[in-house]
Design a protein around this ligand. Structure first.
Ligand code: GDP
Ligand code: IMO
Ligand code: MG
Length: 420
């Protein structure tokens, strides 16, 4: 029996979907614990691409029980569309009755808040994630379980709508949302989703108790965590090991493995600092070769070199038991590959802990170690053969972090993976 948590160690889009789908082969349960349809997880099966935003990445395997945990924010429209788009056999689905619902006013407010920020906009996915978590913290949110009862829907809407309408008028956003039409909408969602709504904490713990393997699929990444990310350029949930336990309703002590997923380089979508960003031809090559365009918004992802200062913070907060290093194929056939091993500030002081102050971070320059590149001709995935130069690169990452590497990925497909 194991409970394995898959954590994005960078700014999201590390390849968590691929790792989760791969490990789901040996798991009974896959649970999402936080975030919502700001996530975009890509799974490639037999050459066919599946993009999942809300459904856990075990959904493509018919024997897997998929759970949307209490820490997730659920847009029912998006969920229903995603379920409709699935063809063929799929795994079972359950949704926590404690998960909060993204309402139409949350999406409108996300746009209003972003526009009001002008140049300092966060570059959110525009899906209403932040406003929904705000309502949760303000105790005026609507939970999936609330949808099951007409009286509760009405009571919750009477609390939530006046405040959200006040905010919408603050941003001069006209709309025709009323208690009546939102009530009807909630009821229509209930009619389609009630069979999935349950106490998901009880369910996942039942599977743990009978000895099933459970995967907790992180969304986003540690560096857009609300606590430890580059605040305020962050999301509104906690994509950490602690967040995974809380958001799926299991005790932290039940987690047996934590897989930190990182690309062999680094990407970011949205605004915010990026010390190793490559705003040159090399960055462009990585973006094109790696197809670094957002799964959710289609925006070009900013690209740069791997940053070990960032990974040190991710490991400190999340306690990785192993690493999955993704997209090594994208760096193949490059002359030189750089890895950031520290930062130097404007006074010449070298630091190797990621600072919380963004003005201070802006004064820091990355310090690099340069590695010779490797040739793609030296890779034979089926035999587990990788070039010597890639081994040196991987050994350096593993030794610097003091964490073993359990998975390397050399392509989007399930079979383009080597397990150590
Ligand atoms: P997630 O949000 O962490 O699940 O990652 P995304 O799905 O947003 O982005 C990762 C992208 O890289 C997807 O298009 C994957 O299909 C792709 N991918 C994952 N691993 C590899 C790999 O090792 N090599 C290549 N070339 N693509 C990969
Ligand atoms: P996956 O699970 C990459 C980023 C947005 C924005 C910030 C806040 O696919 O790795 P939000 O809509 O959450 O309020 O936006 O967070 N962001 C992601 N970036 N991958 C993700 O998810 C992301 N989810 C949110 O681009 O900068
Ligand atoms: Mg993604």
């Amino acid at each position: 029996m194991s409970v394995t948590t898959i954590i994005g160690a960078q700014w999201g889009d590390e390849g968590k979907g691929k790792v989760t789908d791969y490990l789901a082969d040996d798991s009974k349960v896959v649970a999402r614990s936080q975030g919502g349809n700001n996530a975009g997880h890509t799974i490639v099966v037999d050459g066919k691409k599946h993009k999942l935003h809300l459904l856990p990445s075990g959904i493509l395997r018919k024997n897997v029980v998929n759970i949307i945990g209490n820490g997730v924010v659920v847009n029912p429209e998006v969920l229903l569309k995603e379920l409709d788009n699935l063809q063929g056999e799929r795994g079972q689905l359950f949704i926590s009755d404690r998960a909060h619902v993204i309402m139409p006013y949350h999406k409108l407010l996300d746009g209003g808040e972003e526009n009001s920020k002008g140049k300092s906009m966060i570059g959110t996915t525009g899906n209403g994630i932040g406003p929904c978590y705000s309502d949760k913290a303000s105790r005026i949110g609507i939970r999936m379980g609330d949808l099951l009862d007409d009286k509760t829907i009405m009571e919750r809407l009477e609390k939530a709508l006046p405040r959200n309408q006040a905010l919408l008028s603050h941003y001069s956003i006209d709309n025709d949302l009323s208690i009546e039409n939102l009530f009807d909408l909630c009821r229509s969602w209930r009619n389609k989703l009630d069979e999935y709504i349950t106490d998901a904490s009880l369910l996942v713990n039942k599977h743990i108790d009978i000895g099933d393997n459970v995967l907790l699929e992180g969304a986003q990444g540690v560096h857009i965590d609300i606590e430890y990310g580059t605040y305020p350029f962050v999301t509104s949930s906690s994509p950490t090991t602690a967040g995974a336990a809380l958001g799926s309703g299991i005790a932290p002590s039940k987690i047996s493995n934590v897989v930190g997923v990182t690309k062999a380089y680094l990407t970011r979508v949205g605004s915010g600092p990026f010390p190793t960003e490559l705003e040159d031809e090399v960055g462009e090559i990585i973006r094109e070769k790696g197809q670094e365009f957002g799964t959710t918004t289609g925006r070009p992802r900013r690209c740069g070199w791997l940053d070990l200062v960032m990974l040190e913070l991710s490991h400190r907060i999340c306690g990785f038991s192993s690493l999955a290093i993704m997209k090594l194929d994208i760096l193949s056939d490059m002359d030189k590959i750089k890895v950031c091993v520290g930062y130097k500030d404007d006074k010449g002081l070298e630091i190797n802990h990621f600072p919380s102050s963004l003005p201070y971070l802006a004064k820091c320059e990355p310090v690099y170690k340069t590695f010779p590149g490797w040739s793609s001709s030296g890779i034979d995935i089926s035999k587990g053969i990788i070039p010597e130069e890639m081994k040196i690169f991987l050994d350096f990452i593993s030794k610097s972090m003091n964490v073993p590497i359990s998975i390397i990925s050399l392509g989007p497909g399930r079979d383009e993976t080597i397990i150590f």
